[in-house]
Write a protein that binds this ligand. Structure first.
Ligand SMILES: [Zn+2]
Length: 852
């Protein structure tokens, strides 16, 4: 649609032309419980100044219909002013008031005002999600982050509901069976940060207070909400404990009182992402409320997200990037602070292990795509912006900040942050503004650092080269750096040897700067050659680690005996990168997992190993060996499951992995036995979420019937149950199941986001390559229509999710290449997605070659 994809140039021109004074937004959602009602009434009043009286300007709006447009008391013809994406008004005065009345659609895609009906009790729930630019689906506005203004929301809703928004409510008036909430004006914020959550939500309230340095007391009312039917599972105490620990930490470090009044955290259904940092009204995916037993890694992950969003209250909400090029300014910072504050303020002490293992894997993967980009990106328009919420912006950026803290020192870093908040409060910034404060506080020139780390792309690999004399003493230790762009790395090198009980422990640590293609490590000369040389020990820099022959040999025989869990996580990460790069045969990687994963104490690392092992087997192993590999992996998994401590997180993780690997009659019989209660594994509780994992194993192997899955849904007729039943049905190995799943997503836009996701996940089963091979051509044929017709969120899922990634053949690669060369003018964001999938496929083919 013309005008829907706002460009950076348009945004700049508009920021030069107007300054917004205030928004007043009234939403009437009383129709929401009526399934026949598809729209709600939205009335926006914008007051703004114009630098060039007489000029024209547009406001963004994606509405079903516009009923009235009034500029400075003058009624305009809505049909002429509204083109479907913008309302254009001419003849601006110096001071203007624009009123737009529209009918906007309830969303089923998680973009705009999402509507969800709970199958448990029939209750209707609403929430908004806007980033980067979906506030315009709910009210007319200047949809760009640098036109900040105070927002005053008024919401009319069913009287039995509660409504939450960014600010506290000032007045609630009841009229019959409807009620109107009038909220206080917000501080100046960006449009994408506004939020409304409405419905019969269950709420737990609490309070945080803190004495500030000037002796005054800061009071922050806290609330945590979820759907009523999830209330029995809602561990609000734990959530609020982390919340208060975070508020303590950020107040102590940032020295800027939380500026948005109250702090609500709303857990909402069918949410597209982890969470969103709306000031005073943070939204989270409700899967963070655990209906069944989960591992400690899940609690750690949730605490990390709570702290990430809280860091945004300052970095992102109080001070906001000018345009999406500098999205990393907030996301890298929040990602880094999430882990940093977790270690300092909470009981979750594994945060840097998880960071090294998971977040960095995301960054390394993204940074090796042909589509990678510098951390400071070139974001031409909103479609670019949408795709930039990626491993570079979050995880690489956070890795680089972690290194910056090592470089300038913790105190200079936080003092820089404090100045940044005070200097730019309620304003917008670019990269230079952050570098300015950090240079002031550290006394260092960050130009070269910024050029090397923020303004170039790609990941370096560091390899040790060890030369020894006849007695085994090191005569030279060199660190070789490769990559298209060589960078300065501050690293630690760990030298490891076996102690008396066979553990690999660090005997020496050398810290140094690595620059250029070859750096010699003088301090190592004369020492005995250790069993293992671990570069980037302690995970200070951002790089791929390689090994010399001896060290790799040590890991092959003893990876599990590396005593330190961070060092072990780094070793696991390194051998995974070797496998992805075709430098270690996939079967060797699987062998390491089979031999050593059972000893892995860190539950988060273990769960990553499971996912990576499955990927290595299905994508990187020689297809001729795959069946044998499957058998080995499933047998090994069952062995570990039986050996795991009863009732432990490790036991649960292995049980879930068994559900993913089971394929033989014997294993499927055990799975069925666990479901039916005829088989038992001591200490393993087969609760509802585990039951669905087990059903998926049976369904994808053709060992479950539609009737059985319907019966399981009757047992668990919840939102989660419906999603999982949908996935199981789509996973059945029949042509009819595949056709139904494909058609429900590609040929229809009836399904909500959560069920689109479930259908795609069920459709794509690694063990069903022949069954889905016929969808490769239709995939490439549908791409452009899907991109044109669907919301970008749904289109991204379809393009990424249906890519024939298990059809690992040269023929599939040729089809992808043909599509790319035949569609040079397709939307750049669509091309980017296809290029990335194509690159994954080419990588799989190289790895399979290496495994052969
Ligand atoms: Zn974030």
């Amino acid at each position: 649609m013309p005008g829907k994809n706002l460009s950076r140039d348009e945004a700049r021109q508009r920021a030069d032309l107007v300054a917004v004074e205030a928004y007043r937004v009234h939403l009437d959602v009383t129709s929401a419980p009526d399934p026949a009602a598809s729209t709600f009434r939205s009335t926006t009043t914008i007051t703004f100044r114009c630098t060039t009286p007489g000029a024209s300007v547009f406001v963004d709006l994606l509405a079903s219909a516009v009923g009235a447009v009034t500029l400075n008391g003058r009624a305009l013809d809505p049909a002429a002013a509204f083109d479907g994406a913008r309302v254009t008004v001419d003849g601006l005065a110096e001071h203007n008031e624009l009123v737009v009345e529209a009918d906007c659609a309830y969303s089923r895609t998680g973009e705009g005002l999402h509507r969800f009906v709970d199958p448990v009790d029939g209750e209707t729930y609403l929430y908004t999600h806007y980033e980067p630019a979906d506030a315009r689906r709910v009210f007319a506005n200047f949809e760009q982050p640098d036109l900040k203004a105070p927002f005053t929301f008024t919401v009319t809703a069913p009287a039995a509901w509660d409504v939450y928004a960014n600010a506290v409510e000032e007045r609630i008036t009841t009229e019959g069976d409807t009620r109107t909430w009038e909220f206080a004006p917000t501080r100046p914020i960006s449009t994408y940060l506004t939020a409304v959550v409405a419905g019969p939500y269950h709420v737990v309230r609490d309070h945080y207070s803190r004495e500030l340095p000037d002796g005054t007391v800061l009071e922050i009312p806290l609330a945590a909400t979820c759907r009523r039917s999830l209330a029995p599972y809602f561990d609000a105490d734990e959530i609020l404990t982390v919340t208060k620990q975070g508020l303590d930490f950020f107040h102590a470090e940032f020295d800027y009182p939380y500026p948005f009044g109250k702090y609500d955290q709303c857990f909402v259904p069918e949410y597209n992402l982890g969470a969103m940092e709306n000031p005073g009204c943070v939204t989270f995916r409700e899967e963070f409320i655990f209906r069944s037993k989960v591992t400690e890694a899940a609690y750690e992950g949730r605490a990390n997200v709570i702290l990430h969003e809280m860091a945004h209250m300052w970095f992102g909400d109080l001070v906001t990037m000018k345009w999406w090029d500098d999205l990393w300014l907030k996301e890298s910072f929040a990602d880094f602070m999430g882990s940093f504050s977790q270690i300092e303020a909470t009981k979750y002490q594994a945060a840097w292990i998880t960071f090294a293992n998971r977040r960095k894997a995301w960054a390394y993967r993204q940074d090796q795509f042909p589509t990678t980009h510098p951390i400071t990106a070139d974001i031409r328009d909103l479609e670019d912006a949408k795709l930039n919420f990626d491993g570079i912006t979050y995880a690489k950026g956070a890795s680089v900040l972690k290194q910056l803290v090592a470089y300038v020192g913790r105190e200079a870093f936080f003092e820089g942050a404090r100045r940044y908040f005070k200097r730019h409060a309620f304003g917008n910034t670019v990269l230079g503004d952050l570098l300015d404060v950090l240079e002031e506080t550290s006394g260092r020139d960050l130009t070269a650092w910024s050029a090397a780390w923020l303004q170039t792309s790609g990941v370096n690999a560091l390899t040790p080269q060890v030369t020894v004399d006849t007695e085994g003493r090191i005569t030279e230790l060199a660190v070789l750096q490769d990559g298209s762009e060589l960078r300065p790395h501050r690293i630690a090198i760990g030298l490891y040897d076996r102690d008396t009980d066979g553990s690999l422990i660090r005997t020496d640590r050398i810290e140094l700067d690595v620059t250029g293609a070859r750096t010699t490590v003088r301090e190592a000369v004369g020492r005995m050659r250790p069993a293992l040389v671990l570069l980037n020990d302690d995970d200070l820099t951002y790089c791929k680690i390689r090994f010399d022959e001896v060290s790799l040999g040590t890991l092959r025989t003893g990876l599990g005996s590396v005593a330190d869990s961070l060092a072990r996580a780094l070793a696991w990460s390194a051998v995974w990168n070797l496998t992805r790069d075709g430098l270690m045969p996939a079967r060797d990687y699987l062998d390491l997992v089979l031999r050593f994963a059972g000893q892995e104490s860190d539950i988060g690392v273990l769960q990553s190993l499971h996912q990576q092992a499955k990927g290595a087997l299905e994508l990187y192993a020689d297809p001729a060996w795959r069946e044998e590999g499957r058998r080995l992996l499933a047998d090994g998994t069952l062995g570990e499951l039986r050996a795991a401590l009863p009732g432990s997180d490790h036991q649960l993780a292995w049980a879930r992995f068994l559900a993913q690997t089971a394929a033989s009659a014997e294993h499927l019989q055990l799975v069925r036995g666990l479901l039916e209660g005829t088989a038992r594994i001591d200490g393993l509780e087969v609760d509802q979420e585990l039951r669905w994992s087990l059903w998926l194993a049976l369904a994808s192997n053709g060992s479950a019937t539609g009737e059985e899955l319907a019966a399981e849904l009757r047992r668990d007729n919840t939102a989660s149950g419906r999603r999982q039943q949908t996935e199981c049905l789509a996973a059945l190995p029949t042509p009819g199941a595949k056709a139904a799943a494909w058609s429900s997503v590609v040929d229809s836009d009836e399904l909500p986001n959560a069920l689109v996701e479930a259908q795609i996940a069920g459709f794509n089963q690694a063990g069903q390559r022949e069954l889905t091979a016929g969808y490769t051509k239709p995939y490439f044929e549908m791409l452009e229509d899907v991109w044109a017709q669907r919301s970008i969120e749904i289109a991204m899922r379809i393009v990424g999710g249906f890519f024939p990634r298990y059809q690992t053949s040269e023929a599939t690669l040729a089809l992808a290449d043909a599509w790319l060369s035949g569609h040079p003018d397709a939307a750049p964001a669509l091309r980017r997605l296809v290029l990335e999938c194509r690159d994954d496929l080419a990588r799989a083919l190289r790895a399979q070659q290496a495994d052969r």
